[in-house]
Write a protein that binds this ligand. Structure first.
Ligand code: BJW
Ligand code: ZN
Length: 234
């Protein structure tokens, strides 16, 4: 069986990483237009660096939770049976990898990487970034940014995502509000391809109507329950 899993901030909420659009979310405290656009970075790069430096520190202190671990278990089991999981995450954290998932597609980039705006090099980065940093690949000064996808930028690997979706038998959306495109459109794409759709979330998302089935509850409980049921039902 081939399963396409789309995850969002809700899966990492119980690891202590904030979601974006909940009442206590990141965008309730900070203006995304001043922090998560290429124009904001061009205007005030140090301000944007400080926002991501703070979140990088939070990520380094966080640990994966039972929901991340359950998806790693699903992947191991399906791979052993010649199937697999395409784990497409909107999250910029590395908690899926640390829980043991092998193939993770970060469509909105990775907080623990830097991106050089001059040469395009992407490099591991666990330290604070600043406008004074130099790119290790091309030697340019004042050119590194967090390797994250901001509003108005093209998410990573769109063709690979769509090919994986087309090859799957089940589409599962976990912990995402369905507010940000193109990810929010994948459930409709799956439906148009005749693929069964399943939502796991704390509460119904903006496109809850498009799912065939749903399970609502905190990810640490709902995702392990979903994985157990899926593996037992086959
Ligand atoms: C729990 C839980 C628990 C809580 N257990 N669950 C008008 C219409 C349509 C589209 C657009 C439009 N205007 C502009 C656009 C395009 C734009 C967009 O979609 N904007 C919308 C806001 C309208 N999209 C883009 O710009 C994207 N690029 C693009 O479209 O390129 C095409 C293109 C480019 C250029 C030219 C032409 C075409 C890029 C989007 C980039 C998003 N970037 C961010 C920031 C990344 C870096 C960072 O982290 O700072 O990505 S924004 C933010 O939102 C982040 C997330 O990945 C993304 C999605 O959020 P997510 O994960 O869904 O979180 P929440 O908070 O929204 O939801 C959490 C959910 O969890 C909730 O449902 C809770 O209930 C649940 N939950 N606790 C389980 N314990
Ligand atoms: Zn460079």
């Amino acid at each position: 069986m081939h399963v396409f899993v789309l995850t969002g901030a809700g899966i990492s909420a119980e690891s202590g990483l904030g979601t974006f659009r909940d009442t206590d979310g990141v965008w309730a405290k900070f203006d995304p237009m001043k922090l998560a656009t290429p124009e904001a970075f061009a205007r005030d790069p140090q301000h944007v660096h400080e926002f991501y430096n703070h979140r990088r520190c939070g990520l380094l202190a966080a640990v994966p939770n039972p929901a991340h671990q359950a998806l790693a278990r699903l992947e191991r089991q399906l791979v052993a049976e010649a199937g697999g999981v395409f784990l497409c995450t909107q999250n910029i954290d590395d908690l899926h990898e640390r829980a043991g998932s092998r193939h993770v597609h970060h469509m909105h980039g990775e907080l623990l990487k830097s991106l050089c705006t001059r040469c395009g090099a992407r490099a591991p980065c666990t330290h604070d970034l600043s406008i004074l940093d130099t790119c290790a690949s091309c030697g340019s000064l004042n050119c590194l940014r967090p390797d994250v996808v901001w509003f108005g930028e093209m998410p990573y690997g769109m063709e690979e995502i769509e090919a994986a979706l087309e090859a799957s038998e089940l589409f599962v959306s976990i912990g995402t509000s369905g507010a940000v495109y193109p990810a929010a459109g994948y459930v409709e794409l799956a439906r148009s391809l005749g693929i069964e759709t399943f939502e796991v979330n704390l509460a119904p998302s903006e496109n809850a109507h498009a799912f065939d089935r749903a399970l609502y509850g905190p990810a640490t409980e709902a995702v392990p329950a979903f994985v157990t049921e899926l593996l037992e039902a086959r």
